[in-house]
Design a binder for this molecule. Structure first.
Ligand SMILES: Nc1ncnc2c1ncn2[C@@H]1O[C@H](COP(=O)(O)OP(=O)(O)OP(=O)(O)O)[C@@H](O)[C@H]1O
Ligand SMILES: [K+]
Ligand SMILES: [Mg+2]
Length: 677
């Protein structure tokens, strides 16, 4: 991962955040946060009363009023600082991305063979460019010719070059990355300003940050609470006046600020930004905050087997002949049928034949028409020039193919394939025309720690379904070994989308990962679709998240981050509202004692004086914001457990804690403040 992306808070980020806290005082930007905007209006009123004492207040109140003004101003600055700090890392990252986005020259193809030099900024969707060794790729696109290794460190932070090739699932390239060897022809897939880096910049900068539905709902709640308390406090003046009690405006404003949910109001956007940022630091790009929150609410997770649950480098490890066929013949045919199969499986078959010293005729292998592997047919092979058709593929698919040509199925085929499958391997049958020669044992291993991760997901209440093109027996073995809740075997690409729709019809939120063009519809259908950066342009465009490290099992952590975000917001909202209740008990008695000194029995907290009580409550209200910034940024500690259990636990910690902490805090502050007031 990128070193500067990992770095936590640098001095530069903090300095910038301090500066931004003042810039954010602009009422125009404050208005987006109604709770803090009310505080700002109150601050201005108190300032006016302090500056123009003759009009509004008695002279001896100047010191008190000035202090209230100062605490209120600091309260707003603290809230602004929280937001600015949360934005800081993204802004720093955007700066370094902008460096990767320099205008460069591109070799645009015109006509069949000639090229012209144009600026990369002039490239449009559909243009064809040629990129030679050492050159920067001028825009996002799909490799349509050639193969090259590409240094993508500008985007992924990963220094090892990756292979990009035409066709298949590793064909997408990103503008601003560099070809380190060979030459490719790329079809540009985005218009200027809409490239991956552009999107990434606006994403990390938060330029297009929109409030999520969740945030909007919470904001409405907080605004309503603010409005209610505003009405309460505004009517308190006349009521008190009627009772001949004089309540001073700055005291009323202090009361108002203590009562309205300033803690969560001040930290709300920081929590959202920090949640997004945690995902980004994890090298996953979420296209919206909504996607991250959806991840937190996921009920069902669909994972594919090969490459997600297992390592996915399925390697041929053994040739198993059936009937009276020989290993040599089987290996030769398997190799001939695989010479032009560029999948890892295909390459490993040829390698195994070579390793075992089993010969095959290179000339025969090179000729004929190559039949590429397709997830729909689950077979690959070659039609030789002599008319013979060589096929290898999923056992049931090959059986059907052979049967259709009037062939018979060797009696020991099923036993052989079952024993491979029971070990978690993938059996491939090898056939020529109507005759089956035997099996290839493809070995794959479950990634370590999968069982623990699925256990965790289960505790979170998330159902995991493994979806694989493999046969039911292999699927069952791997499913058992990895500990997923359910599996679907022999699934074709369209089965994934059907599965997602079925779950969604039951009201569930579904997450899935994918990288191929045929995953694109399912990625779009899923509530959280995580595409691999190595994958195709179609997959990346359909998904609402892209993993720069192309590790599909990361979906598990993304869900944890989403949950943590939702929980942090819930916990701090609970804490904030509980806090306000406690402050109410500190400040209301103080107000009345100030007006009617005989009421001093109300001073249950034993605070120094009414004024020091009010100031202490107000100071507590301000300092709790920066004290909670680390929690808002890091998120509350998250343990895998059911939603209801978590809710109960959080209400105890943050609800009860929220009531108790202010009493202690205000009392302590009062001990100091009382020395002056
Ligand atoms: N190169 C290949 N040539 C012939 N058959 C193959 C090849 N690769 C895979 N197969 C067969 O096709 C089946 C489906 O493969 P596919 O890649 O669609 O799914 P999968 O990788 O098994 O499952 P997953 O969805 O978990 O990735 C495999 O189980 C295997 O039997
Ligand atoms: K408050
Ligand atoms: Mg696959």
């Amino acid at each position: 991962m990128n070193a500067n992306r990992k770095s936590m808070l640098t001095a530069a980020i903090v300095n910038r955040a301090v500066r931004d806290s003042f810039i954010k005082l602009n009422p125009k930007s404050m208005m987006r946060n109604p709770v803090m905007f009310v505080v700002e209006v109150g601050t201005v009123v108190v300032l006016l009363m302090t500056l123009l004492p003759g009009y509004f207040a008695a002279k001896d109140d100047i010191g008190f009023n000035l202090t209230v003004f100062f605490i209120l101003l600091v309260t707003i600055l603290f809230a602004n600082f929280a937001e600015a700090l949360a934005e800081g890392r993204g802004k720093a990252q955007a700066d370094s991305l902008k460096n990767a986005k320099k205008e460069i020259q591109a070799r645009k193809r015109v006509g069949a063979q000639s090229v012209v030099i144009v600026a990369s900024t002039e490239l449009r969707k559909g243009d064809i460019v040629v990129v030679e060794q050492g050159e920067m790729i001028p825009g996002d696109g799909e490799v349509i010719e050639g193969l090259a290794s590409v240094d993508e460190s500008a985007i992924t932070g990963e220094s090892a070059p990756v292979i990009k090739e035409a066709g298949g699932d590793f064909s997408s390239v990103t503008g601003g990355t560099r070809v380190v060897s060979d030459r490719i022809v790329v079809r540009i897939a985005s218009d200027p300003g809409e490239s991956f880096i552009d999107r990434m910049i606006s994403l990390v900068e938060g330029a297009k940050r929109q409030k999520t539905p969740n945030e909007l709902a919470l904001n409405t709640l907080l605004t309503s609470l603010t409005l209610i308390f505003l009405i309460v406090v505004v009517t308190l003046g006349p009521i008190a006046g009627y009772l001949d009690i004089e309540l001073q405006v700055p005291v009323l404003i202090a009361l108002l600020v203590c009562l309205i949910p300033t803690t969560i109001g001040g930290l709300l956007s920081a929590i959202g930004i920090a949640g997004m940022d945690r995902v980004t630091q994890f090298n996953v790009l979420a296209m919206s905050g909504k996607a991250v929150e959806a991840a937190g609410d996921i009920n069902t997770m669909i994972l594919d087997k090969t490459g997600t649950i297992t390592y996915g480098n399925r390697m041929a490890s053994e040739f198993v002949p059936v009937g009276r066929e020989s290993v040599g013949e089987l290996a030769a045919l398997a190799a001939i049928g695989s010479v032009r199969d560029e999948t890892p499986e295909g390459r490993s078959v040829v390698e195994l034949a070579k390793k075992l010293g089993l010969a095959y005729d290179e000339a025969i292998a090179a000729g004929g028409e190559f039949i590429e592997f397709k997830a729909e047919t689950r077979m690959s092979g070659v039609d030789l020039t002599d008319g013979r058709q060589v096929r290898k593929g999923a056992v049931d698919a090959v059986k059907k193919w052979v049967a259709a040509q009037g062939g018979t199925i060797p009696a020991d085929l099923d036993a052989g394939s079952d024993s491979i499958a029971r070990e978690g391997g993938t059996p491939l049958a090898v056939a020529v025309d109507n005759r089956i020669y035997g099996l290839i044992y493809l070995k794959d291993t479950v990634k370590p720690g999968m069982r623990e991760r699925f256990d965790q997901l289960r505790k979170m209440g998330i159902k995991t379904i493994m979806c694989t093109g493999d046969n039911p027996l292999t699927a069952a073995t791997i499913a058992r070994e990895a500990g997923v809740d359910d599996f679907v075997a022999e699934s074709k690409p369209e089965d994934k989308i059907a599965l997602i729709r079925r779950e969604q019809a039951e009201g569930k939120l579904v997450a899935m990962t994918g990288d191929g063009t045929n995953d694109a519809p399912a990625l779009a259908q899923a509530d959280v679709g995580l595409a691999m950066n190595s994958g195709t342009v179609a997959a990346k465009e359909a998904a609402n998240m892209v993993d720069l490290d192309s590790d599909p099992s990361k979906i598990i952590e993304v869900v944890s981050i989403g949950k943590q975000l939702l929980m942090t917001r819930g916990a701090l909202t609970t804490f904030s509202i509980a806090n306000d209740i406690a402050k109410y008990f500190a400040i209301i008695p103080a107000m009345f004692i100030l007006a009617i000194p005989e009421m001093s029995v109300l001073n249950v907290m034993g605070l120094g004086s009414p004024r020091s009580a009010i100031l202490s409550a107000l100071i507590f209200n301000a300092v709790i914001i920066p004290l909670l910034i680390p929690l808002a940024m890091k998120g509350v500690a998250y343990k895998a457990m059911s939603a209801s259990k978590l809710l109960g636990r959080n209400i105890v910690i943050y609800g009860l804690g929220g009531v108790i902490v202010p009493f202690i805090g205000i009392k302590l502050i009062d001990l100091i403040v009382h020395l002056w007031v």
